[in-house]
Every structure is written in structure tokens, then in C-alpha cells.
Design a binder for this molecule. Structure first.
Ligand code: SAH
Ligand code: SF4
Ligand code: F3S
Length: 433
């Protein structure tokens, strides 16, 4: 009988891909199969995120619950970004934890498993050419890492301290991985990195210098690959060549994540984002002029230290002008080992909460207005999920989530769908072609 692995994944898409990598190694080398039942697991892994304070606080209470409910003899491993920055403190605070494995060390999973209280959290460890075994949660869409780490030093962000310096994965490895995923049935490839359009700046060995635009071009030549998506691009690296390739390449989905963070040039400077409000707006204008159908999403942080009412108004102003299709908004959370942790002009929490609500309300108003424009329109949908209520859902090229009545026969298929009903996050439609 195979051993059972229970794995919980928090955080971003890169963490999801890291979990797939760990599952792949544990299946191939150790004979594990995944389970949703904590009590029957021989190995429990929590793949953590530390981008904001809340998830870190939750970690230790969750570990306590795992320890209480686990099967006798089962091991618990803490992996991911919080593992990177807390290291052996995790074992000091929760001595029943068997190993701690940092975000950039997941290839060592089968090794730490057999060492008592192993702590492997080196953020300079280079996994950029490691040949992971193959495992994908979805047969329809393949997540592929194109770089590890992050070279930016945004003053609020802990990621460079948990994932280390940026190293690009050689283009030939990415192309080979994409080709293999497509041969196995995936029609969509989703490229991952903290800074995808900075791709190609540094490789760990001697490799052909390919930039992100060229990588997209080469990937789109793969036969059978129908859709290309990526996250996250950085607004600073959105040059004309990239925007034009994005617009004219039919395989690149017309949905762009442009993380604004703040609409105030002063706050952007304090955040060390490398662009101004005007520059961001100009890039949006350029993008929309060459690609009118693009849907743009963003991330906004409210109440960064020193953010005045006028600064905050600038964020709302950018929201009103751009009318983003989707916004992920966060209250600023001070993080250890970041520059902003030492900033003293902290914003009162009541003000921060009020600003967050204001952003969210404005976002909802814009969303509701945008959504009305979809009624009666026809979108090409790639179906990926079977829902319990006899519905199948998928995404349009411009990233709308759309569901129709149907069965698993639609999974992995493209269909034209006419929108008949508007919801805030999901649109409903019927297949027309
Ligand atoms: N590499 C991506 C971001 C990764 S982190 C980029 O540059 O866009 C995902 C999001 O979390 C960020 O875009 C930011 O909006 C938010 N975030 C990061 N650090 C934060 C902090 N200390 N407090 C609040 N939000 C934060
Ligand atoms: Fe963090 Fe900035 Fe790097 Fe994004 S680009 S991961 S926000 S340091
Ligand atoms: Fe979280 Fe690490 Fe991703 S901090 S957002 S899991 S890079």
C-alpha cells in the first residue's frame, strides 16, 4: 500500500508549482500518493506564505491542530516562504515538526524527509536547472516556472528574502517542459515568476541570452499549445517590444496583470517601485491603444507608511482612470528584513481599514459596471473545472470566469459561449458553437 501525503498550499502560484514539484519527487522516489484526509496521512506538509503577517500567525495554531490530529508516527514538514525566513525557529516553537524546507530548496524534499529535524533554507541555493519529476494537478493547464527569486528591492516586500536573487531558467528547459506538457494534453501554458518580464537577465550557467518577449515568441510556436498566460510582469519592464508582441501574438491571452501598488508617485518612490503614476498611466494607454480588448488586473497596497490622504486619492484616481477588470487590495503589513519595517510614519489602523474598504467599494462599482457590458457577448472559453451543480467552468481569453450547464465532456475543450447572466465573479452562459 502506498504512503499518504497531505499537503496544504498557501500563497501564490509559485508556491502551487513548488507543491507540484514536491508531490512529483515524493511520488517517484518515495511512493507517496496525495490524500485529503489528514488523519490517514503518513506525511503532512504545509507550504507556507509570509507576504503578509496574518498567515504567519496562523501557521503555529494550524501546526498545533495538525499535531493533535495526525496519525501516530506521521511526520510534519514546514516548507515555503515562512520556512525560509523563520528557519529553525519553527522547530524551536513547534518541536514536533520533522523538517523545515525553504522555498528555494524544494528539490531536497526526499532528502530532508530522512533526516531528523533537518532545516534547509538557503536562499542562494540554485534549483534553476533541477530536473523535477513530472506532476501536474490539472491536465488542462501547465504551470511552468521561468525564473526563481526576485532581483527587485520593493521596500515593503519579504519575497527577495525568502526566494533569494533572481535566476532565469534556461529557455531550452522551459521549451522542453512546455512541449512535454502539451504532448500530455495541456492546451494552456501559464508561465510563473516574480518578475517575468525581467526574464533572461541572469542564468546560472552559460546559456543563450533570450529575453521574455523572445521566450513568448518561441513558446507560441509549439504546435497544440493554444494559450499562453503569465504572472507577474513588472510595470517597469513593460517596454514597447513586449507590449506589441503581447498585442499581436494570437496565442497570448489578452489579460495583463499590472501591479500598481500605489497611484502616488511619492509613495511609489518610497516603495522603490521604479516608476511614477504618469509612467504607469502612459503604459496602460499604450497597451490599450495596441490591444483594445485587453483586460487589466492589479494589486494595490493601502496605508503604506507616510501615505497621506492626497497620496491615497492618487490610487483612487488611477483606479477610476484605468477601470481595472480585477483588483487585489491589501492593507500594508510590516514584514521582517524589509526596509519599510523601519519606517516610522505608520498609518493608524482605523485609517488603513477605511482606505481598504474605500478601494474595495470602488472596485465593486467598477466591476459591476464592466460586467454589464458582457451580457449577450460571445467568448471563446477553455473549460477546466467540473462544478458540483452540473456546471462546467473555464476562462475566456481575457480571463473572465464563465460557467455553462454541462458535463465532463467539455473539460479540456474550447467552445463559444454567449453570456446570459451576470454575477460579480462568475458569468453564466450557454454554448453556441
Ligand atoms: N512579484 C509581484 C508581487 C508578489 S507579492 C509583483 O511585483 O507584483 C503579491 C502582492 O502582495 C504584491 O503585489 C503586493 O501588492 C502584496 N504585498 C507584498 N508585500 C506586502 C506587504 N508587506 N503588505 C501588504 N501587501 C503586500
Ligand atoms: Fe516583491 Fe517587488 Fe519582487 Fe514583486 S518585484 S516580489 S513586490 S520585491
Ligand atoms: Fe507568499 Fe512566497 Fe508567494 S511570500 S506570495 S508564497 S513568493
Amino acid at each position: 500500500m502506498s504512503k499518504k501525503l497531505f499537503i496544504e498550499t498557501l500563497g501564490c502560484a509559485m508556491n502551487s508549482r513548488d507543491s507540484e514539484h514536491m508531490i512529483a519527487q515524493l511520488r517517484e522516489k518515495e511512493g507517496y500518493e496525495t490524500t485529503d484526509d489528514l488523519k490517514s496521512a503518513d506525511l503532512i506538509i504545509i507550504n507556507t506564505c509570509s507576504v503578509r503577517e496574518k498567515p504567519v500567525a496562523k501557521l503555529f495554531s494550524e501546526l498545533g491542530v495538525f499535531n493533535k490530529n495526525k496519525k501516530e508516527g506521521a511526520k510534519i514538514g514546514v516548507c515555503g516562504c515562512t520556512a525560509s525566513h523563520l528557519g529553525d525557529e519553527i522547530i524551536r516553537r513547534a518541536p514536533y515538526v520533522s523538517f523545515v524546507l525553504g522555498a528555494r530548496n524544494v528539490s531536497k524534499i526526499t532528502e530532508v524527509l530522512h533526516r531528523d529535524r533537518a532545516v534547509e533554507v538557503d536562499i542562494n541555493y540554485d534549483e534553476s536547472e533541477f530536473a523535477f519529476n513530472d506532476f501536474r494537478t490539472s491536465p488542462y493547464k501547465a504551470y511552468i516556472n521561468i525564473s526563481i527569486g526576485c532581483d527587485k528591492s520593493c521596500t515593503y516586500c519579504i519575497v527577495p528574502k525568502t526566494r533569494g536573487d533572481e535566476i532565469s531558467i534556461p529557455a531550452e528547459l522551459i521549451l522542453r517542459e512546455a512541449q512535454r506538457a502539451v504532448e500530455r494534453g495541456a492546451k494552456e501554458v501559464f508561465l510563473l515568476g516574480q518578475n517575468v518580464n525581467n526574464y533572461g537577465r541572469r542564468f546560472s550557467g552559460d546559456h543563450e541570452k533570450v529575453n521574455f518577449t523572445e521566450l513568448l515568441r518561441r513558446l507560441s510556436l509549439i504546435e497544440g499549445l493554444e494559450r499562453l498566460r503569465f504572472t507577474s510582469p513588472h510595470p517597469f519592464h513593460m517596454d514597447d517590444e513586449f507590449i506589441e508582441e503581447f498585442a499581436k501574438n494570437p496565442k497570448i491571452c489578452k489579460s495583463m496583470h499590472m501591479p500598481l501598488q500605489s497611484g502616488s508617485t511619492k509613495v511609489l518612490r518610497d516603495m522603490k517601485r521604479g516608476y511614477s503614476k504618469e509612467w504607469f498611466l502612459e503604459r496602460v494607454e499604450k497597451l490599450r491603444s495596441v490591444c483594445p480588448d485587453v483586460s487589466i488586473s492589479t494589486d494595490i497596497i493601502v496605508a503604506f507608511p507616510g501615505e497621506s490622504d492626497e497620496d491615497f486619492e492618487d490610487s483612487l484616481d488611477v483606479m477610476r482612470r484605468v477601470r481595472f477588470e480585477q483588483i487585489f487590495s491589501f492593507k500594508y503589513s510590516p514584514r521582517p528584513e524589509t526596509e519599510a519595517e523601519h519606517f516610522t510614519n505608520v498609518i493608524d489602523d482605523d485609517v488603513a481599514s477605511h482606505r481598504l474598504t474605500t478601494v474595495q467599494n470602488l472596485n465593486t462599482d467598477i466591476l459591476d459596471e464592466n460586467n454589464q457590458t458582457h451580457l449577450g457577448k460571445i467568448y471563446r472559453v477553455y473549460f477546466e473545472d467540473l462544478n458540483k451543480d452540473y456546471h462546467v467552468s473555464g476562462r475566456s481569453d481575457n480571463n473572465l470566469v464563465i460557467k455553462v450547464k454541462g458535463s465532463d465532456e467539455l473539460l479540456g475543450q474550447f467552445r463559444d459561449v454567449k453570456i446570459t447572466q451576470i454575477g460579480r465573479t462568475i458569468l453564466t452562459g450557454e454554448v453556441v458553437g
